[in-house]
Design a protein around this ligand. Structure first.
Ligand code: HEC
Length: 115
């Protein structure tokens, strides 16, 4: 006996959902442990813990993950330029960017308003 229509719809709907999620690379989440290793090449300027070591370099710890991915992709594509980051970013693969963003985003920071 063939499956009844509601079953077919459920199968189609769930496979569309599955493939649309699988096809969107921006939803691929990085591995923070792998990112920590890759961050060795960022530490001179950003610190391994994401706290800046250079007056021109921003802190990265606790930064929003999607923002970090976007910033790195923008330096890589040339949409954003900086004499240092425009040299670093093109050497990073999509996986490197995802892992580095996951690492820096996973570092917990606490903030305190001035009194
Ligand atoms: C030689 C120093 C140097 C190195 C090495 C370096 N950066 Fe940077 N990075 C900078 C500077 C300076 C800026 C600020 C650039 C600007 O004004 O656009 C920056 C900006 C960024 C930003 C944008 C932050 C924001 O708030 O918009 C990200 C993300 C970033 N770096 C990630 C990395 C990662 C990941 C690595 C290692 C793979 C790395 N950087 C290596 C100097 C460096």
């Amino acid at each position: 006996m063939p499956p009844r229509p509601p079953t077919i719809f459920a199968i189609i709907a769930s496979s569309i959902l599955f493939y649309s999620i699988a096809a969107v690379p921006s939803l691929a989440t990085g591995d923070p442990k792998a990112g920590r290793k890759k961050a060795l090449e960022c530490q001179t300027c950003h610190g391994l813990d994401g706290v800046s070591k250079l007056p021109e370099a921003p802190n990265l710890s606790g930064q929003v993950e999607t923002y970090l991915v976007k910033a790195l992709n923008d330096y890589k594509s040339g949409a954003r330029t900086n004499e240092m980051m425009s040299l670093v970013a093109p050497t990073l693969s999509d996986g490197d960017i995802a892992d580095l963003a996951a690492w820096y985003a996973s570092i917990e920071v606490t903030v305190q308003k001035p009194r």
